[in-house]
Design a protein around this ligand. Structure first.
Ligand code: IPM
Ligand code: MN
Length: 356
């Protein structure tokens, strides 16, 4: 198979972890006789520094032309404490999602058995949990009108959803539920928020097309509690952009660490694959970042964009083997991990490559 993959490392540890993800793709190409070619593009703070624009047209054009994008992270601490900054790295990410029509963000939450001890949640609560989140990615309060009034003393952000937007993400989630445990939990705040009432109405309607799927509706506050109390009760979860952002960071603890969680953003065109963790400037350049989320994102890319199931499973197995051999990065090590088994980004990447 011949494919053209765009590597978009972005900021912070994005550079370090996508380098490992790319090596894994290369190894897979070599092993299975595929021909992957690569190009790179700038986004985020790195793009602002180079061009003044967090998503230059050239990057967007390359994304549209490529068969899939392996993405790192965006963000820089210098903006976090400067609310007045007009140009921000995150704008690049949001524009990319909008322009590529990436309305469905899949975040699979599954714990590798070896990491039962890495989470702050009790092992007996976690064991067997397997959740697939569908976070809507191009609507909601993220993309509605925002601004200031009253001489800047009042701020507003409008949350907006159309029937069409809810319908298409709901359908994707139901389709996935049909291939899994046939259970779907739709999360909203329909007791208070109007967009949530439309959300619930539309999900109920789409549910009629999938009579085999058991549907429940939960409020977002209750869901935040249930995820920690009993994660095994969930199969597929579908929710709006902001709720999904928050709940999946929380749910990363079910997978042991943020450093393990991959995601796929899909729509009608090129798919984008990225870790759910951010740019992590506190550990940038130290060579200690966990590259497994990027490697597992590469696995999702192979499966979803290229339909290469065997290759994808191969990558996941290699990660599993490395964990079984006792190797850890700092974020997933615990007091029982011997010092010589705690590896940096490149070294654990090499262990993964060896097993491929
Ligand atoms: C994520 C991130 C982004 C988001 C930020 C960086 C804009 O937190 O992908 O989850 O809020 O969507
Ligand atoms: Mn987030």
């Amino acid at each position: 198979m011949k494919k053209n993959i765009l590597i978009v490392p972005g900021d912070g540890i994005g550079q370090e972890v996508t380098a490992v993800g790319k090596k894994v793709l290369d190894k897979i190409a070599e092993k299975y006789g595929h021909e992957f070619t690569y190009d790179e593009a700038l986004i985020g703070h790195a793009a602002i520094e180079a061009t003044g624009n967090p998503l230059p047209d050239e990057s967007l054009e390359k994304m549209k032309q490529s068969d899939a994008v392996l993405f790192g992270a965006v963000g820089h601490p210098k903006y976090d404490n400067d609310p007045s900054a007009k140009v921000r790295p995150e704008q690049g990410l949001l524009k990319m999602r909008k322009e590529l029509g990436l309305y469905a963000n899949l975040r699979p939450i599954k714990l590798f058995d070896e990491l039962l001890g890495a989470s702050s949640i009790k092992p007996e609560i976690l064991k067997g949990a397997d959740i697939l989140f569908f976070r809507e990615l191009t609507g909601d309060i993220y993309f509605g009108e925002k601004g200031r009034k009253d001489n800047g003393d009042t701020a507003f952000d409008i949350a907006q959803y159309s029937r069409f937007e809810v319908e298409r993400i709901a359908r994707k989630a139901f389709e996935a539920a049909m291939t899994r445990g046939k259970k779907l939990c739709s999360v909203d705040k329909a007791n208070v928020i109007e967009t949530s009432r439309l959300w619930r109405e539309v999900v109920q309607q789409v549910a009629k097309e999938y009579p085999e799927v058991t549907v429940e509706h939960q409020f977002v506050d209750a869901t935040a509690m249930l995820l920690i109390k009993d994660p095994k009760r969930f199969d597929v979860v579908v929710t709006a952009n902001l709720f999904g952002d928050i709940l999946t960071d929380e749910a990363s603890q079910i997978a042991g660490s943020m450093g393990m969680l991959a995601s796929a953003s899909i729509g009608d065109g090129t798919g984008v694959y990225e870790p759910i963790h951010g740019s992590a400037h506190d550990i940038t350049g130290k060579g200690v970042a966990n590259p497994m989320a990027s490697v597992l994102s590469a696995a999702l890319l192979l499966d979803i964009s290229f339909g290469l199931k065997q290759e994808s499973e191969d990558v996941i197995n290699a990660v599993d083997q490395v964990l079984k051999a006792g190797f850890r990065t700092g974020d997933i090590a615990d007091s029982s991990t011997p010092k010589d088994k705690i590896l940096g980004t490149d070294a654990i990447g090499e262990e993964i490559l060896k097993r491929l």
